[in-house]
Design a protein around this ligand. Structure first.
Ligand SMILES: [Zn+2]
Length: 314
């Protein structure tokens, strides 16, 4: 479950996804979300001709903050509710066990259960999407923290000057510069610094006719891909900031592999990953791990939900 979409899949225990469906999250009430999940599970079972009682369980992977033990989201920034109960209503309505896990922790589990990191003992998954998040497996153990909100890597400080303020209200956080939502803020800041006289000659400026209010991350990456010099420079700067983030992750968890997902990374693999490969060793004290895009694509989260159900449910 993300901020906009909820995806439900029916999978076997080997991670073979046999049915899937996607809807916009129903935000009419805090109860509506669990009811929606229940309805979509019933829909997929019916479509497949499967009996709900045959389900081993329901794994729910969601952006946090959450309380894994109680199966609730706590003050979720994506939704206008103080808390959202997920596992209990799903369990009651369907009569099968349910668990809740942070989406990036789930993705790490999905990658080590079904993906490229199968059997890798020290592994980190990083998403560069609307926000930036991570999930870490250290010595074969998925790190979760006291409530299941471990490794908010998107809020690692990468700029001590704190030129940009993060959505969380603090300054200098990785996500404030490099996530899909915040790349436009970085571009606007740099255009102010560079000055209109120079900036106005860039294809990015001309393409938007100087109106940066509607700028999105894809505009910058597309302009760089088409050879716009200023955009290429900014993409490289963002890449360097990402390299600092990846170095912090490498120093914190000492993984032998990092896979990268999220729309910003997966739609711009070369532009996002090349500067990370190039600069990460400038900042990492630990031996630099293999860093590559996830092969599970946008499914990495749902594979994680399936893996979580297999791991945490009886
Ligand atoms: Zn932050």
């Amino acid at each position: 479950m993300g901020g906009t979409w909820v995806r439900v899949v029916l999978s076997d225990c080997q991670g073979l996804i046999v049915e899937n469906v996607r809807e916009r999250v129903d935000v009419n009430s805090s109860e509506a979300i669990s009811l929606q999940i229940v309805r979509l599970v019933r829909f997929l079972c019916k479509k497949r001709g499967a009996d709900i009682a045959e389900l081993r369980g329901v794994g729910i992977a969601s952006a946090g903050p959450l309380d894994m033990e109680r199966g609730i989201l706590v003050n979720p920034p994506n939704f206008p509710f103080d808390s959202i109960a997920l596992t209990e209503p799903v369990r009651e309505a369907l009569g099968v066990p349910a668990c809740l896990i942070n989406d990036c922790a789930a993705a790490a589990l999905g990658e080590t259960t079904f993906g490229a990191a199968k059997g890798v003992e020290n592994f980190v998954y990083i998403t560069i999407s609307t926000g930036i998040g991570g999930g870490a497996i250290v010595n074969g153990t998925l790190l979760l923290g006291k409530d299941g909100n471990g490794h908010e890597v998107g809020h690692f400080v990468i700029d001590y000057e704190g030129r940009l303020t993060c959505g969380c209200g603090r300054k200098g956080h990785w996500e404030a510069y490099c996530s899909g939502r915040n790349v436009p803020n970085y571009v606007r800041m740099r255009f102010d610094e560079i000055g209109l006289k120079i900036a106005m000659h860039s294809a990015l400026y001309k393409g938007l006719q100087g109106d940066f209010s509607q700028l999105c991350a894809a505009d910058l990456f597309n302009a760089a891909r088409n050879g716009d010099k200023l955009s290429t420079m900014l993409v490289s700067e963002i890449g360097k900031l990402n390299a600092i983030g990846f170095a912090n992750v490498t120093n914190a968890y000492d993984p032998s592999m990092i896979t990268v997902g999220g729309t910003v990374a997966l739609e711009n693999i070369e532009a996002v990953l090349s500067p990370i490969w190039k600069y990460v060793s400038d900042y990492a004290i630990n031996r630099v791990p293999e860093i590559k895009p996830t092969q599970l694509g946008e499914n990495v989260g749902v594979y994680g939900a399936v893996a979580a159900a297999l791991k945490y449910l009886p």
